[in-house]
Design a binder for this molecule. Structure first.
Ligand SMILES: Cc1ncc(COP(=O)(O)O)c(C=O)c1O
Length: 411
């Protein structure tokens, strides 16, 4: 069965992804099963998407219920679910309005178009982004991303993006020119290897943007939606220092739909009409099923206090992984992250490793054998992006399986 599926992939699916040789069949909460019946603890959460785990009964019910009522509604009309979701998201940020799309790249696109449209009046088009950042795979997304590997072979790129080192406020200051209209960052660089922004950097960025009349665009696609223990990671990073800090726009996707494809961009009231009628759109954006699911996810997260769970279990995982780092320094080089967004910098050069593959991929494969799903990034980072409703027992089981894998690899 699993071989047949893999063969069909090989023959019929465009090979843009390096897929692992796992064929998944079903999931329940934090676990998934492959077509051979093997069970895995899913600490990768579909790259920060499955925020309530797999097959959450309330999510399945809201999806099924909505699909039997109104599956699609063109954005030429109004419906209750989208209005409620927009209000719910805006209330968690500040006065402003929301545009809905279908993917993280589309959320980025809205922010680029917001900046371009605003800059038209005085010939400003440059957006400063960070080195190592990732903002999606559209032409604008790869142009904005600060990683050479995503741009290779796609020249000419969209003009107007300037990349500067992350967490370096002086670099941003020096890059500002009369053509600059916005600065865009991730609160924690995810694809770049799990690097959180510092509070000082965020406060400095807000001040610089205010001084130079620039938009501060926040990519919360991976690090948002309570992953760090607050709705958006700037709330976690700034804590008591938050004051009236707010970006001018916040991009959301991934966990927003918990597996149903959707994205949203909150735009502050001051700029909410820059994208007026006819300037942007999406056939499926804010679809009734997506909104039903997203509204239910927010209800469950609030009701079950999952922000606190992400904070507490995040601390627990990071503390325990740091203890493992002391025990196995050659295998575990560094543990970084906030809440349930954790990056583990792994060692290389072990006997069973194949030199032609990045260490990150080999560690993730070794973890598959032990029965855990995690997400590789860069050459040597293994990411934990588990569901926000992970239990302490599941977190402990994940740590035990992780330690067993380390022991197997280094022996
Ligand atoms: C920070 C960030 N922005 C944008 C994206 C693009 O999202 P999508 O793959 O849904 O287009 C990603 C995806 O990993 C991301 O991590």
């Amino acid at each position: 069965m699993s071989q047949e599926i893999k063969d069909r992939f090989k023959q019929f699916v465009v090979p843009t992804y390096g897929r692992f040789p796992i064929t998944l069949d079903r999931g329940k909460a934090a676990y998934v099963w492959d077509t051979d019946g093997k069970r895995y603890l899913d600490l990768g959460g579909g790259i920060a998407v499955n925020c309530l785990g797999h097959a959450h009964p309330e999510i399945s019910q809201s999806l099924a219920g909505q699909s039997a009522k109104l599956m699609h509604c063109t954005n030429f009309y109004h419906f209750d679910g989208q209005a409620r979701l927009a209000e719910n998201l805006a209330k968690r940020l500040g006065p402003g309005r929301v545009f809905f799309g279908n993917s993280g790249a589309e959320a980025s696109e809205v922010m680029f178009k917001l900046a371009r449209r605003l800059g038209q009046v005085n010939d400003r088009l440059e957006i400063i982004t960070a080195e190592n950042s990732f903002h999606g795979r559209t032409m604008a997304g790869i142009s904005a991303s600060g990683q050479a590997k995503v741009k290779e072979g796609f020249a000419p790129l969209l003009q107007g993006f300037v990349h500067v080192p992350y967490n370096d406020i002086d670099a941003v200051r020096s890059a500002i020119s009369p053509a600059t209209v916005a600065v865009m960052i991730e609160g924690i660089q995810g694809e770049g290897g799990v690097h959180p922004a510092t509070a000082q950097y965020l406060l400095g960025l807000r001040q610089l943007c205010d001084e130079h009349n620039l938009l501060l665009l926040w990519d919360g696609v991976q690090c948002g939606h309570f992953r760090t223990g607050s709705f958006q990671s700037f709330q976690t990073i700034l804590g008591d220092q938050i004051g009236d800090f707010l970006p001018d726009a916040v991009g959301m996707a991934k966990a927003l739909g918990g597996g149903f494809p959707m994205s949203a961009v909150w735009i502050s009231e001051q700029h909410a009409e820059v994208l007026g009628p006819g300037t942007h759109g999406s056939t499926f954006g804010g679809n009734p099923m997506a909104c039903a699911v997203a509204n239910k996810i927010l209800e469950v997260i609030d009701r079950d206090n999952l922000a606190a769970n992400a904070r507490e279990l995040g601390h627990f995982l990071i503390d325990e992984l740091s203890t493992l780092r002391e025990k196995y320094p050659a295998a575990i080089r560094e543990v970084r992250g906030l809440g349930m967004m954790i990056g583990i910098e792994m060692g290389d050069g072990f006997g069973s490793f194949d030199d032609s593959k990045p260490a990150a991929v080999q560690w993730v494969s070794a973890l598959h054998e032990t029965g855990v799903l995690t997400i590789p990034t860069g050459s040597s980072v293994v990411r934990f992006l588990p569901p926000l409703n992970l239990t302490k027992e599941e977190a402990q089981a994940g740590l035990d399986l992780f330690e067993q894998t380390v022991q197997k690899v280094i022996e």
